[in-house]
Design a protein around this ligand. Structure first.
Ligand code: BES
Ligand code: MN
Ligand code: ZN
Length: 498
């Protein structure tokens, strides 16, 4: 799909459909919508006054032009309430109108810059958001099944001022890249576990590395044994697929020794191991590598955007399966930092592999650190499907991550890490145990991870809720969401500026 700037009046564009908009509660449409309404002899206005078009967020009303305009159809996209409007709403609106128009066989569409008029948004921000929303909202996982609808081929973004065209083209380019990369993370998450094995994940990272000049290192079992990564290897014991530790580095600042560390949980299938999960819904656990997919693909975008900063991604990748050689409840493991761990549940495997990945990241001197992990069902219970839970040990770094998340529209909620709950993960026979009691499970998981972080600023994001969507809404579609990718990219860009 191509997305381009078109200088001129939206009403004069020949396309399958042109898109204008309406805020909720407005009965007199303004600017572009008014001009199009006039050409249609007031059809839009009368639909508004009859209450058929309300301007509700996500609403897309399609009217036929019957030869009154060069375009065959006009779509009126609802922007929702004026006071709730922001750049993330533009992404959502774009996703909605693109899907609605694709359903009615539109191949070429043109749109105004939503929010740039009375919404008061910068033109570039609007163009970038429309592009992101369109590319994300039209995503489908088409590898194993033909898609239901044919794709939109071209989106024209209309602007009146010719001199704005170059900066808008740039904004579109950035939006397209970020959304394409997020879609790649979605592909990785949607891939079944019989395809997306730890080895395939390492292959995907290698491919990226050779294409974009990233450094790559993949550690195998022997390397990990040598480094004493007993926690990661403990989880891997039950599987016939070899575990991998993937290290992917982008060097954008040669004069600096510093590098950000992005860590991602890479469980390519989580059956629970010997502490096996109920079979209902177990298939969802093919996406237990959503964190890994996010950090790997974010590095791809960063390599293309070339910020002046160094970033290293670390992905511990393995399956979690039961077998005759599998880890058992009660087993004691020794992690890379020397701490011993009593395994109470083999289903609390994410924290085990991350423990060693965190030690390794600190050994490399990476700082600050951020990890993304589908870590606990408890986090989904606490915050639902939209919000991830954010934990951290450094206020400044936490605020930076929250700021980047706010700009990308990825929802993160700062959670507490009270000392008192550490009681829950005390073991009688080892330094720490890998589960707490029934209450505050997302928090005890974060407290467990904190046992493997020394003084390095670190943020942990539990993405168990938002990594997957069960419905289509705005720029989110069913299946893997690619959650976290856009915040990681934004973080690298914003850190490079400071
Ligand atoms: N991958 C799961 C967490 C998860 C659950 C992610 C649901 C997405 C949706 C994780 O490995 C896990 O099994 N956690 C256990 C921890 C428990 C044994 C302390 C859980 O949440 O039940
Ligand atoms: Mn598990
Ligand atoms: Zn898991």
């Amino acid at each position: 799909m191509e997305i381009k700037v078109r200088v001129g009046d939206i009403a004069q564009i020949e396309a399958d459909a042109i898109v204008v908009n309406l805020f909720e509660g407005v009965d007199q449409p303004g600017s572009a919508t008014a001009a199009v309404d006039k050409a249609l002899d007031g059809a839009i206005g009368s639909l508004i006054s009859r209450g058929e078009i309300k301007g509700k967020f996500g609403e897309v009303s399609i009217v036929h032009t019957l030869g009154k305009l060069p375009a065959r159809k006009v779509a009126i996209a609802g922007l929702g309430k004026r006071q709730d409007f922001n750049v993330d709403k533009i992404r959502g609106v774009a996703g909605e109108f693109c899907r609605a128009l694709r359903k009615v066989n539109c191949r070429k569409i043109a749109t105004i810059l939503h929010g740039a008029g009375i919404g008061g948004m910068e033109l570039e921000a609007s163009a970038e958001a429309i592009t992101e929303g369109a590319v994300l909202g039209l995503y489908g996982f088409a590898k194993y099944k033909k898609p239901e609808y044919e794709d939109i081929e071209e989106i024209l973004i209309a602007v009146k001022e010719e001199e704005k065209a170059p900066i808008l083209e740039l904004a579109i380019g950035k939006g397209k890249l970020v959304a394409d990369v997020t879609n790649l993370a979605r592909d990785m998450g949607n891939e079944p576990a019989n395809y997306m094995t730890p080895s395939r994940m390492a292959e995907a990272a290698k491919e990226l590395a050779s294409k974009y000049d990233l450094e790559i290192k993949v550690l195998d079992r022997e390397d990990m044994e040598e480094m004493g990564m007993g926690a990661l290897l403990g989880v891997a014991k039950g599987s016939d697929q070899p575990a991998k530790l993937i290290i992917l580095s982008y060097k954008g600042d040669e004069h600096s020794e510093k590098a950000l560390g992005f860590l991602g949980k890479g469980i390519t299938f989580d059956s629970g191991g010997i502490s096996i999960k109920p079979s209902e819904g177990m298939w969802e656990m093919k996406d237990d590598m959503a964190g890994a997919a996010a950090v790997i693909t974010a590095l791809w975008a960063i390599a293309k955007l070339k910020p002046k900063i160094n970033v290293t991604a670390i992905v511990p990748a393995t399956e979690n399966l039961p077998s005759g050689t599998a880890l058992k409840p009660g087993d004691v493991l020794k992690a890379m930092n020397g701490k011993t761990i009593e395994v109470i549940s083999t289903d609390a495997e994410g924290r085990l592999i991350l423990a060693d990945a965190l030690s390794y990241a600190q050994k490399l001197g990476l700082s600050p650190l951020i990890d993304l992990a589908t870590l606990t069902g408890a986090c989904r219970v606490a915050l639902g499907m939209l919000y991830s839970g954010l934990f951290g040990n450094d206020r400044d770094w936490i605020d930076k991550v929250l700021g980047a998340a706010e700009r990308t529209g990825e929802k993160m909620w700062h959670m507490p890490m009270p000392e008192e709950y550490k009681e829950q993960i005390k073991s009688e026979i080892a330094d720490v145990k890998n589960t707490g009691n029934r209450y505050g499970g997302a928090i005890t998981a974060a407290l467990f991870l904190a046992e493997f972080v020394d003084n390095t600023p670190w943020v942990h994001i539990d993405i168990a809720g938002p990594r997957l969507s069960t419905k289509e809404s705005g720029y989110i579609v069913k299946g893997a969401t690619g959650f976290g990718v856009r915040t990681l990219i934004e973080l690298a860009l914003s850190e490079a500026r400071t």
